[in-house]
Design a protein around this ligand. Structure first.
Ligand code: NAD
Length: 339
């Protein structure tokens, strides 16, 4: 299909639940207004467990992401109960999404304690403390296994350095606790060092996680690209989201083999405001901008990004989380007006 002379790309869309469908609508409206050459293949979360995935996500939806190689995902609640896997974990495992990338950039016009935050966290997404291997040894004693493999560590380190090189970044910091976790974090660091040798133009450093937290809140501009194991990445990336204004603003990308990418907002389903036309769609919108950048549809990515920044800077149509009074649809309309 041709769209204004350009070939249309098919992308998978999971609106998700809670505020997901409302913010996904905002993305669809803005893409239409910008004439982005994307055709969505949309999937709801199933009502029954699909035995082929062991979760409420259907096998067909996984196949769609595999086939298209690109997708956008709204937040998803994992229903509480036994006998099925977390939706987010299913996506990561089924699709081999080994790296989670979160750019954290100060938004001009939205004042926080810091003006010039410009860093990227890259988190190993498949193993470490989140391997899901926990059991009770005897009553009152439980054990959780932290798995670090050379394969997954090399893969995420390679990605971090490649990302730094292709995005004009100067420094990669490996974040660790190898002074205590000598074997696991030791192996992670060893892999980062090996990869660093192949990138002499990029400064490589190693920072202990506790010191990293202190440095981040004192002066975030000390960092550029941060690469780390799963649990540290989960925590540090939320800390970084806080530096620029919170969950309504932070996008992310999950990266797999052969360029497969599933972008998503960092936040959850926000059940307290779901269905009320109150959610801030910026995080999902910026995730969709990351998707366009990944697809090298740079002109549309820039156009949408600029319109979002202008709308926030003008400050007239901000959602409640940013101190405004506008609804999701009023904000969306304002962004469209600024395209
Ligand atoms: P949450 O991110 O949903 O909400 C935390 C707070 O931030 C709430 O007050 C919410 O109203 C606000 N908020 C979040 N996103 C917002 C937005 N776009 N605009 C305005 N305000 C926003 O975190 P939670 O309450 O801990 O989790 C709720 C559910 O989401 C849980 O079921 C959790 O498992 C799920 N979750 C899913 C994902 C994901 O799909 N990737 C991530 C985190 C949490």
């Amino acid at each position: 299909r041709s769209f204004g002379g350009e070939t249309t790309i098919t992308a998978t869309l999971f609106p998700g639940d809670g505020i997901g469908p409302e913010i996904a609508d905002s993305v669809k409206e803005i893409f239409n207004a910008t004439q982005v050459p994307i055709k969505w293949e949309e999937f709801e979360i199933g009502k029954t467990i699909d035995p082929r995935t062991g979760s409420f996500l259907t096998w067909e939806s996984m196949e769609s992401v595999r086939r298209n190689g690109i997708g956008l995902k709204g937040p998803m609640t994992t229903p509480i109960g036994k006998g099925f896997k977390s939706l987010n974990l299913t996506l990561r495992k089924e699709l081999g999404l080994y790296a989670n990338v979160r750019p954290c950039l100060s938004i001009p016009g939205y004042k926080t304690r810091y003006d010039n935050v410009d860093l990227v966290t890259i988190r190993e997404n498949t193993e470490g403390e989140y391997s899901g291997l926990e059991h009770q040894v005897v009553k009152g004693v439980v054990e959780s296994l932290k798995i670090i493999t050379r394969q997954a560590s090399m893969r995420v380190a390679e990605y971090a350095f490649h990302y730094a090189q292709t995005h004009g970044r100067k420094r990669v910091s490996a974040i660790h606790k190898a002074n205590i976790m000598k074997k696991t974090d030791g192996l992670f660091l060893q892999c980062c060092r090996e990869v660093a040798e192949k990138y002499p133009d990029i400064v490589y450093e190693e920072v202990i996680i506790d010191n990293c937290c202190m440095m981040l809140v004192k002066n975030p501009s000390l960092f550029d690209v941060l690469c780390m194991p799963n649990l540290y990445g989960d925590i540090i990336s939320d800390l970084c989201a806080g530096l620029i204004g919170g969950l309504g603003l932070t996008p992310s990308g999950n990266i797999g083999d052969n360029g497969l990418a599933l972008m998503e907002a960092v936040h959850g389903t926000a059940p307290d405001i779901a269905g009320k036309n109150m959610a801030n769609p910026t995080a999902l919108l910026l995730s969709s901008v990351m998707m366009l950048q990944h697809l090298k549809i740079q002109d549309k990515a820039d156009q949408i990004h600029k319109a979002i920044m202008k709308t926030i800077e003008e400050g007239q149509y901000l959602t409640r989380d940013l101190g405004g009074k506008s609804s999701t649809s009023e904000y969306t309309k304002a962004v469209i007006g600024n395209l």
